[in-house]
Design a protein around this ligand. Structure first.
Ligand code: URA
Length: 236
C-alpha cells in the first residue's frame, strides 16, 4: 500500500497531511527515513512517525443514539461525558463523523476509518441528514419556504433543504418539522430555523444516508452491518 494511504488508514492523519509528514522526514520504514511519496509499504515493514510505531487497525463502525447532554468529541477539557464514554472500550481510536450539539439527540456515526469519515462529511457527496426539529411558532408553507431555496447564513451559502410538517400544536404555538439537509455546518439546523423566526426547542437526528435509528434506545449503540458500510461507501 502507498505510504500516505497506509498512514491515513492507520489513523495517523489524512492522506494529504501524511504526505507533509513524509516530506518533513518524520516517517521511517525499518529505521530509514523515507521521503518518497510513492513508497509502497508491505505488511512486514515496520513504520514509525516521530519515532512512534504505527499499526494498522481493524476498521470499526458504530451508530449511536446520542442522548442530550453528551459531547460529540473524543475528549472534553471540562471532563464532561463524551460519546466515547457510551461505546465499548476498544483499542481503536474512534471518533465521530461530524458532530451533534450538546443538546441534540439522535443518530451519530463513529468510526476509526479516516478515509470513510472524510468522504461521508464532504458536502459534494450530498449525504442526506434528516432531523426532527420541535420549533416555537406555527410552521406554514410560507414561512418554511426559504429553507427550500437555499439561504445565506453568516455569509455562507446553504444548499436547499426539504421539509415535512409533522405536527402543529396550535394551543402551545409549537410545531414539529422534519428537515433534510446535505451539509454539516455548525449549528446549521438551528440557524436555519432561527433565520425564519422559528427557534428550535428540541432537535433530533433520525437519519444519516441509509442509516436510521430503528429501535435503538437512547444512549445505546450498534455496529453497522457490512452491507450498510458497503452501501455508504458506494454513495460517496
Ligand atoms: N444542526 C444543529 O443546529 N445542531 C446539530 O446538532 C446538528 C445540526
Amino acid at each position: 500500500m502507498r505510504i500516505n494511504k497506509y498512514l491515513a488508514h492507520a489513523g495517523v492523519a489524512s492522506r494529504r497531511k501524511s504526505e507533509a509528514l513524509i516530506l518533513a522526514g518524520k516517517v521511517r520504514i525499518n529505521g530509514t527515513v523515507i521521503t518518497d511519496l510513492a513508497f509502497q509499504v508491505s505488511e512486514a515493514d515496520s513504520v514509525t512517525v516521530d519515532e512512534q510505531s504505527v499499526y494498522q487497525e481493524e476498521f470499526v463502525y458504530y451508530v449511536l443514539n446520542k442522548p442530550r447532554g453528551v459531547i460529540s468529541s473524543v475528549k472534553d477539557e471540562k471532563g464532561r461525558q463524551t460519546v466515547l464514554d457510551l461505546l465499548p472500550m476498544t483499542k481503536e481510536r474512534i471518533y465521530p463523523v461530524g458532530r451533534l450539539d450538546w443538546d441534540t439527540t439522535g443518530l451519530l456515526l463513529l468510526t476509526n476509518d479516516g478515509e470513510f469519515a472524510q468522504q461521508m462529511m464532504h458536502p459534494s457527496h450530498q449525504i442526506d441528514k434528516v432531523y426532527v426539529a420541535k420549533v416555537a411558532g406555527i410552521a406554514t408553507k410560507e414561512n418554511l419556504r426559504p429553507l427550500t431555496r437555499g439561504m445565506i447564513l453568516d455569509k455562507q451559502k446553504i444548499s436547499p433543504a426539504s421539509y415535512k410538517i409533522l405536527e402543529i400544536e396550535k394551543t402551545q404555538s409549537r410545531s414539529s418539522v422534519e428537515l433534510t439537509i446535505h451539509e454539516g455546518h455548525n449549528h446549521q439546523v438551528k440557524r436555519m430555523f432561527e433565520e425564519i423566526g422559528l427557534p428550535v426547542q428540541k432537535l433530533k437526528r433520525i437519519q444519516f444516508g441509509v442509516l436510521t435509528l430503528d429501535n435503538l434506545p437512547l444512549g445505546r449503540y450498534r455496529e453497522l452491518t457490512a452491507k450498510e458500510v458497503k452501501t455508504l461507501k458506494e454513495m460517496t
